[in-house]
Design a protein around this ligand. Structure first.
Ligand SMILES: [Zn+2]
Length: 239
């Protein structure tokens, strides 16, 4: 997991940058606040203002640690200076869903100890899902967890990112719960941990809120059984 500019400056939504590499319809920058997505989280949305106008970034493709910003005009070849603008509303919606998903995960983990997440997805349209490895649990019991998530949203716990040494097994135990979406350490061997005060500590490279009260109410729309052990919980922001 690289350390992203959006990790270091989560409120940076507009900044200058220089094109360091380009091909028709795609560009690499010397710095970019775009979150590239990953671990089931959709990438940031936004634009690049350039000498000839404004291009919309439709995707981020990371190749050999280079974040290629894919542009809406497949023929556009950029050079020189650009202004990066992040869609703050999209960022916020994804951060709300993503941070809420940590709370859901923490509640499931506490109620059914040791439960692993087998998949997670946070979409651009304000919906998401988490898959849990849970066999003998009634789907209604999972549906009822929305009220517990909303109670924690109302309590307004602080959320912060800290880094721990990835080699320190005693520190890291229990922090990496996902079977399939666990983030790798940074190049210098640190794990990024998201702490929700009194609720959860978990390794993650995504974008999050700084306080739970920033989240809209959380709704569980559907619980499905996917195979003998897997439960899929679908959710969205309720307002
Ligand atoms: Zn996260």
């Amino acid at each position: 997991m690289a350390v992203y500019l959006c990790h270091e400056q989560p409120d940076l939504h507009e900044h200058g940058a220089v094109v360091v590499d380009a091909a028709p319809g795609r560009v690499a920058l010397d710095r970019s606040a775009f979150h590239p997505g990953g671990g089931g989280q959709v990438c940031d949305a936004g634009t690049l203002e350039h000498a000839g106008g404004t291009a919309t970034v439709t995707a981020i493709e990371v190749v050999d640690d280079v974040a290629w910003h894919v542009l809406d005009d497949p023929a556009l070849l950029l050079a020189g200076d650009v202004v990066v603008r992040i869609d703050a509303e999209h960022r916020s919606r994804v951060a709300q869903l993503h941070t809420d998903s940590h709370v859901l995960n923490a509640i499931v983990y506490e109620r059914w100890p040791g439960t692993l997440v087998t998949g997670a997805q946070i979409n651009a349209d304000g919906t998401g899902r988490m898959d849990f490895d849970l066999s003998a649990v009634d789907n209604d019991a999972l549906r009822a967890l929305a009220a517990d998530v909303n109670a924690i949203i109302r309590q307004g716990a602080d959320v912060r990112a800290v880094y721990v040494d990835a080699d320190d097994g005693a520190t890291v135990a229990g922090l990496v719960r996902s079977l399939s979406v666990a983030p790798p350490p940074t190049p210098d061997g640190r794990l990024r941990i998201i702490e929700i005060d009194g609720v959860d500590r978990q390794a993650c490279g995504g974008t999050h809120l700084s306080n739970m009260a920033q989240s809209a109410p959380f709704a569980i729309t559907k619980v499905e059984s996917k195979g003998a052990r897997n439960r899929r919980v679908r959710f969205r922001l309720d307002g």
